[in-house]
Design a protein around this ligand. Sequence first.
Ligand code: NAD
Length: 321
Amino acid sequence: MIIVPEKEISGLMTRKDSFDAIKKVFASMSKRTAYNFPVIREAIGHADALYGFKSGFDRAALNLGLKSGGYWPGNADKGLTNHQSTIFLFDADTGKVRAVVGGNLLTALRTASAAAVSVAHLARQDSKVLGIVGAGHQATFQLEAVAEQRDFERVVAWNRTPEKLASLEETAKKLGLPFESVSLDELGTQADVIVTITSSFDAILNDTQVKPGTHIACMGTDTKGKQEVDAALVARATVFTDEIAQSITIGECQHAITDGSLAEADIAELGAVINGDHAGRSADDEVTLFDGTGVGLQDLAVASSVVDLAIEKGVALNVDF
Ligand code: NAD
């Protein structure tokens, strides 16, 4: 069995490797050669934590396994990441455990890659202003990954507590992009691409605040009850997702589905766009929205890439198990 510890991941996985792995697995899901198993996510009644499993099987890539972990909101005070996760891969021919891989950085990278893949396939080519809603742990990863997809000229951002925007500002500076902390009205009027990455349980961004032609990647809603944007905005947009079953139950679409303003049949898979089975954006003034719910197959895809890289670079620990 191979172990790739958390501390090795940053030296192994590049944004490009992550983007490629996520694009490939979304395509595989849409071709039905890969499927996710039902998600288990529980409030465990301790430390305010949400804990669970995401798992699946990619028959084309022979990636079988699960990510175990969740969200511990008090971790930041202990100097730890709020998200804690570990990925387990199994040999698809024998069921023997193949690898255990640190999943914290990989989760941030694969989540940012999902937004980046959506921007690559759905945002207007002439997008110039990138808007970020949220400034938690995931936000800088989102900014770095999405900024690579278009010739952005500046970044505007909003967070409930504006002083937390400092890390996003620093990242924008590193990328050579001017940065401005703005109101939600200003963000919606200016941004061509918006990423929402918060743990909110109420709509933050309203339909009326978003201009025509915007692409929105809703990345924070991954649990029943969470919500980042107005259901009317979801209903107005052409909606894409990683997986429809998750989108309508634990993703951003759950609210528009519940109030009847969106039907399941209105939601397309991003993988279908990647495969050329869906045209994607059809007009410059169309609002496109990607509901990135986060699927287990994303974790398996990036973990499998990391195992290959760790073996290649000689940093994989081999344990007789
Ligand atoms: P974090 O705790 O570090 O940051 C949380 C962010 O949400 C902060 O910016 C905070 O200000 C904001 N926020 C919280 N409640 C809010 C409210 N009521 N109104 C406005 N803003 C609010 O979390 P993180 O690690 O950055 O993760 C952000 C979200 O992304 C979480 O909900 C997490 O579950 C989700 N997530 C999704 C995926 C996926 O694949 N879709 C993957 C990882 C994380």
